[in-house]
Every structure is written in C-alpha cells, then in structure tokens.
Design a protein around this ligand. Structure first.
Ligand code: PMP
Length: 360
C-alpha cells in the first residue's frame, strides 16, 4: 500500500489513524458483531456513537450550552436555503457579504426566499481581498448577516470574525471549520459540510443559537427545520450514520492531538511555509492579499501557464495528488486541511523548487 499526499479540496484527505481505526472496526464495532453501516440509527450502539460525537465536538469548540449542534444532510448547499427559511421570520431583508463563488451561491439561493442586501463585494481584482468592515452597507432591519469564512476556490479567508452588533451572524465555515479555535458565542448559526476538514461527504454540521429556533417559515422542509431537528436529536429521519461515525473518530483524533490550538499552530505553520515559497519565487504567484490569505486552500499560478499540464502530471508522479485549481479559475490549488501533515507541504515545496529549476 502506498498513500499519496492528497491536496484535494473536498472530499479531502483524512487522518490516517482514523482510517485505520475504521478499517479495524469495519466488520465488528465494539463486539456488536456488525459494522456501524449496518446498525439501526435508533439502537443503543449508534445512539452512543452520535452522543459521543456531539460531546467531543462541543468540547473541541467549547460550544456554549445555549447552542444546539445538529448533524444534517444535504451539504452546505442545503443550508444556503435552510438559513433563510429558518431565520428570516418577519424581517424584510437579509445581509450578505460577497467574497467569491460560494458567497454568490448562498446569495442566489437566499434570493429565492427573501430580499438580499449585498453589503460588500470582495474577492475580486488582483490581488483579491476583503473590503474593510467600515465600508459595508449593512441594513439595520436585516434578519441576519451572512458571510463565507473561507472561499475554498480562491483561497480568500476572513482572519477575524466580523462584528454584526445585535444582528445574528451566520457563517458558511465549510472549508475552515475546526482549523483553529472559534468563539461560537459570536454567532447565530455556523454551518459546514464535513468532507473538507472533518469527515466524509454526506454530513453537515449546523450549530444554532437556541433563541433562533422559533422563526422558521412554515414552508421549511421538515428535515431542514432547525427546531424540529433539535427536538429530534438530528434523527427526524435516518441520519448519515457512517459519515457521522467517521466524523466522531476525527473529533477524537483532534482531541488526542491537543485540540484546536494545536491545529491552529500547525495550520499557520504549514500555510506560512507554502506562501513564503510562492512569494519567494518569480515562477509562482498567489493572487490574494496577505491579510486575506487562506490557511486551508492555497491557490497559485505559474508565470507560464502552458506548463500547467506538465506541472500537474509530474506532481502526480511524485505522489502529490489533486493539485489542479478549480475549473472556474484554473491554475493550481493546494488544500492543506488539518489532516495534511507538514511533511506533505514540505514535499510540495521541494517539488515546486525542483520544477522551477528545470523549467524556470
Ligand atoms: N461552501 C463552501 C465554502 C464550499 O467549499 C462548498 C463545497 N466546495 C460548499 C459550500 C458546498 O458544499 P456541499 O457540496 O457540501 O453542498
């Protein structure tokens, strides 16, 4: 067996000890004589797995007691609709920051249900950045303020949590969730698909402040109604059981590694090294302002894009997989989530220097 360094943006690399444990437990989970995949979601064994996963996630993020943690399906894309359906209530408008493709998708979906006020346009130009919050045109009547904490495609990330005053703050954290500590008490709702930083596809975590549970539109599909799911412990219907089990193993792995402070240190170190290598060369370039650079997704272009294909195929041969940038922007992208070891980033930097020597 030989595993590669997998730089995929999602589904993405998972911690090897988690995969090994899942393999060991595949046929017989803890003496039950069955795989987690084969268990009733209402049985004692699976309920204990789900409860442990929630307890571990709460501990990792120090989630305050007045927040509910939901394990849902439908990906972050379902939340683009669920957020306005659950939160608009009687408000005439919602506020959204646009920092790139995922913000735009969230804005388009919200526009089906309510009036959307785009408070600022970022993630454009060269270098790309995030407009200063002092320039945002927020509407005091907005039901909430939504932003995408990390634009996975362009690698534009908020370094700090915006201040939304009394308006509930909502964030799509799909590609940065659990990459560093987070003050959950600053938010109304946080949501994230698992398949980037904490598990397989099929699972979406939603963390919602409990005073926001009573304003859903009657048209909200029951499975995306936060209150109904909170009341049913996220088991209004069959949850994504196996994905939740793997996410639970990832939460335990994170705790064992020392928690989110340690992850933040490692992620900062990995990203800084890679950006330094890119900035230190005239052959490679990252198009994001340093203050808005992502720790998780590092896009870069070659000065001569006719070499892109060769770069990707030589990288693949060197065991550096899935470095192609998103089809909408081209170039390269290295996604370096929690489970990417520093050795993977070192190998990439070394390969980049060698490629430049041969082609620069
Ligand atoms: N938001 C962000 C920031 C993403 O990166 C993605 C997935 N690439 C999505 C939303 C959509 O997620 P899903 O495929 O889980 O619906």
């Amino acid at each position: 067996m030989s595993r590669v360094f997998n730089f995929s943006a999602g589904p993405a690399t998972l911690p090897e000890p988690v995969l090994r444990q899942a393999a060991e437990e595949m046929l017989d989970w803890h003496g039950t004589g069955m795989s987690v995949m084969e268990m009733s979601h209402r049985g004692k064994a699976f309920v204990s797995i789900a409860e442990q996963a929630e307890a571990d996630l709460r501990e990792l993020l120090a989630v305050p007691d007045n927040y509910r943690v939901l394990f849902l399906q439908g990906g972050a894309t379902a939340q683009f609709a669920a957020v306005p359906l659950n939160l608009v209530g009687d408000a005439p408008v919602v506020d959204y920051v646009n920092t790139g493709s995922w913000s735009k998708k969230a804005i388009a979906e919200a526009g089906k249900y309510t009036r959307v006020n785009v408070v600022a346009e970022g993630g454009k130009g060269d270098p790309m950045g995030i407009p200063a919050q002092a320039t945002w045109q927020c509407d005091p009547q907005a039901a909430y303020l939504h932003y995408c904490a990390n634009e996975t495609i362009t690698g534009v990330e908020f370094a700090d949590i915006p201040d939304s005053g009394d308006v509930p703050l909502v964030s799509d954290m799909s590609s940065t969730f659990l990459s560093r500590p987070l003050d959950v008490s600053r938010f109304g709702v946080i949501y994230a698909g698992a398949q980037k930083n904490f598990g397989p596809a099929g699972l979406t975590v939603v963390i919602v402040r409990d005073d926001l549970l009573d304003r859903a539109s009657s048209l909200t599909p029951s499975i995306w109604d936060y209150k109904r799911q909170a009341e049913a412990d996220s088991m209004l219907n069959t949850p994504a059981t196996y994905s939740l089990y793997i996410a639970g193993l990832v939460f335990q792995w994170l705790k064992g590694e020392g928690g989110l402070e340690v992850m933040a240190e490692r992620n900062h170190q990995k990203a800084s090294k890679l950006y330094a290598a890119i900035d230190g060369s005239a052959f490679y370039r990252n198009p994001v302002e340093p203050s808005a650079r992502s720790w998780m997704n590092v896009p870069f272009v070659l000065a001569d894009d006719s070499l892109d294909g060769q770069f990707l195929s030589e990288a693949e041969s060197a065991g550096l997989s899935t470095l192609k940038g998103h089809r909408s922007v081209g170039g390269m992208r290295a996604s370096i989530y929690n489970a990417m070891p520093e050795a993977g980033v070192d190998a990439l930097i070394e390969f980049m220097a060698d490629f430049e020597k041969r082609h620069g």
